[in-house]
Design a protein around this ligand. Sequence first.
Ligand code: UTP
Ligand code: MG
Length: 580
Amino acid sequence: MNSTRRILGLLKPYRGKVLLGFLFQTVVIVTRLIQPLITRQVVNDVIIAGRHQLLVQLCLTLLGLSLTRAVSSYVRVQMMERASQNVAYDLRTGLFRHLQTMSFSFYDRNRVGEIMSRMTGDLEGVRDYLAGGIITMFEQGITFFGALVFMFTLSWQATLTILAMLPLIAWIAFRFRSRIRPAFREAREQTATLNTRVQENLAGIHVVKAFVREQYERELFEQENRKLLGVNLKITDIWRTYVPIMHGLSEICTPLVLATGSVLIATGHMDIGTLVGVTGYIWMLTQPMRMLSQIINSMTRASTSAEKIFYYLDLGPSIRDDDNPQTVNERKGRVEFDRVTFSYDQQPVLQDISFVAEPGQTIAIMGATGAGKTSLVRLLSRSYDVISGRVLVDGVDVRRQRLKELRCGIGYVPQETFLFSESLFENIRFGRPDASLDAVVAAARAAQAEEFIEEMPLKYETVVGERGVGLSGGQKQRTAIARALLIDPSILVLDDATSAVDMQTEYLIQQHLERSIQGRTTFIIAHRMSSVKNADLILVLNQGRIAERGSHQELMALKGEYWQMWQDQLTSISGEGGGV
Ligand code: UTP
Ligand code: MG
């Protein structure tokens, strides 16, 4: 009920259109209600009493009513369609905007396919209800009660026979609604699950094909699809049970009224014209009864769809600006971790991390896979909040800073490159959409991306596919480095940013980066020892703790974990017969 009320609330900005819609709908109904009165006059005055001169006038009135009805219907549909399309637009925009504010943890928990399902199918369900469902409800309701009143003035006895049926119909409608509601909810959930399957399959189609898992994927899909079929059939079953009952009850009305009317005529309490008029109302009374199941259907479908949309809208971002944010006067890139502890859920990922990076320094973070390197740099841009301790950027706790200002100062090259299906030019200037071609070229040069871009047929205008399809892993990474450099950040984060390039290119990138990182605090996460050797501070993470810290010389002298990694790499390289 609550979500139905909220759906109606969405119509508020369009109340003018909606009121006009309802007004014209009322006109349609009134013209319908008047019609049997005229038929009654035709029978009594024209046919029985023989006043034939009235016929033309009555027929013209009927024609006038039909015309008015047609025009009003047109305006009504126009108004309601516009209002509902506008609401759908607002809802889509609102939902998308809201999704942009949501934090990473939300995306960790909610699957893309499911969100897409809310944005499309569920939204359309709500719109459909606003455009048609509500007006049908209004139309049938007014018609029913209007017809009752008009019929009552013609014959209260005939009206009472119909009123006697009402409690039974209401009870059945209530039963129908309470059974179909959970089924609709289940159907919405299952649709979302199915969409997720499709989305994940498509996103990972390379893996599916490489591992020849098409058959398995097909079976998984069919399994979910069968479940959806099951739920939909369940809805049909409920529908099949209740619709004939409701229709049957409405059918009984006609003989009941006819019987009552006949008795009344026989006893001299009713004339024939009145009986004809009364039968004209029977349809108006029974039609809403027949439509009741459809109305309940549409309303329930919309409210279960809306539930999920509103659920998303009600979730606030877990990470948002401080109510009273502190401004950083000068962004120099000083970073301090002060006894930081962090976890995604229960399992601790980082423990007791403390270090300082002075402006312009290069900090290398090393450690085995899963040690917490990516997690550590994510805290810097406040993608997640710490459990305890503080992360300070330029002396201010990141939680006190405006997210926008904080993140604008950090150039981030993520471990997994993501590019948009746009031109390389637009991809590189993603963080600074007003950047000139010269600036883009300079950033590409610094990231060693210029050469391969120049070789492309359309150069910077080359459009890459979804997620960067059409580029090699290393080319994607270099584009991402250029993108990060272009925003001229005070802090640069390179999370395994050269993992996909060959040693020669990595060396070249480093040579160029030397110049580009001048004056920026740079965090380098790398597995190749040569990339981290010159760092001012090397942190070796082990299961979320800093196991060793210092410069290359200091750590080599320590002969600990770092030294061991160095030895291992030397051995593997010389073992392969290559040089360092
Ligand atoms: P990290 O992603 O920080 O590890 O995950 P890492 O050091 O960068 O590893 P590589 O070198 O890229 O492979 C640290 C821990 O946090 C968990 C992981 O399971 C891992 O144990 N984790 C990571 C989560 O629980 N949720 C995430 O979203 C990411
Ligand atoms: Mg990582």
